[in-house]
Structures are given as structure tokens and as C-alpha cells.
Design a protein around this ligand. Structure first.
Ligand code: FES
Length: 147
């Protein structure tokens, strides 16, 4: 059976999203918010098996995996902040329509977040709410100010 990815392209057998027709100049798909989930050794151990896929399923269910409020989930290696595992970093696409107030926010202990908490966070991001106004400080990794 023909499999189509989220960009509407036919997918190579055995892959989830790799298109049959490869175009090296194809632009990346729009996203409003990018969330980088640490997939480094320590965070991975603390977190759910394949956290990125788990979060992508929630986004799909919420309809936030595409469109103008799309939230993109990517995996990353160790941030050197393992004591806060499982770490997630939020970046807004301010060149498109992002809210700069949510840029460079670091979430800690995300392995303890429930499905409900993630949905709440995704909703705030989609609605351009200021996350620091909506969530308690305990969810954020503090950053030392350069003196
Ligand atoms: S493994 Fe995630 S910050 Fe080090």
C-alpha cells in the first residue's frame, strides 16, 4: 500500500517519512515552535523509550503536527545539563510567527511530565501564551546570568 508522509509525498518502503522523490533544495517544513528533547545517554535512561515519537503522537492527536501552529520535535545529544534530566529546550520560530518570550526556555525533569502536562504545554505554545506565566518555576532550568 502506498504510504504518504506529512508533506504529502510518497514514502520509500520501510521508512516513515523518507520521500521517494528526493529534492535536495526542498525547503524545510514550517514550524512555529521547535522542541529539542535530549536523547543523550543519561536523559534517555530517565525518560520514556523513544520520547520524541511519543510526543509526536500527542501533537498529531492535537492537530499541532502541521499548519501554522506546528510544533516540531527533534532529538538532540547531551546538553551537559544531565542533572536536570530529561532536558527539553524550546525555540520559537520568530522569523515566522513565534512568540519570542518562549525562546530559549529549558524544561527540566520532563520524564516526570504526564501526557496531560505535555498537552497543556503544547496548548500554551500554540496559543502564544508566555510559558513562564503559565507554569510554575519548578519546570524550568535556571540560567546563571553572565556578570
Ligand atoms: S544526557 Fe541530557 S543533558 Fe546530558
Amino acid at each position: 500500500m502506498k504510504k504518504i508522509n506529512e508533506m504529502g509525498q510518497e514514502v520509500i518502503d520501510g521508512y516513515l517519512c523518507k520521500p521517494k522523490d528526493y529534492d535536495p533544495n526542498r525547503p524545510i517544513m514550517h514550524y512555529k515552535t521547535l522542541i529539542m528533547i535530549c536523547d543523550g545517554e543519561r536523559c534517555k535512561k530517565a525518560g520514556k523509550e523513544d520520547k520524541a515519537s511519543f510526543l509526536r503522537e500527542i501533537l498529531k492527536d492535537m492537530g499541532l503536527n502541521k499548519g501554522k501552529n506546528r510544533i516540531k520535535i527533534s532529538r538532540t545529544g547531551c546538553y551537559g545539563a544531565c542533572r536536570f534530566r530529561q532536558v527539553a529546550q524550546i525555540t520559537e520560530n520568530t522569523q515566522a510567527n513565534g512568540n519570542p518570550n518562549n525562546n530559549a526556555l529549558w524544561l527540566k525533569h520532563t520524564h516526570n511530565f504526564t501526557d496531560k502536562k505535555w498537552r497543556e504545554i503544547f496548548t500554551y505554545l500554540a496559543e502564544d501564551k508566555v510559558l513562564k506565566d503559565e507554569l510554575e518555576g519548578k519546570y524550568f532550568i535556571p540560567m546563571k546570568v553572565y556578570e
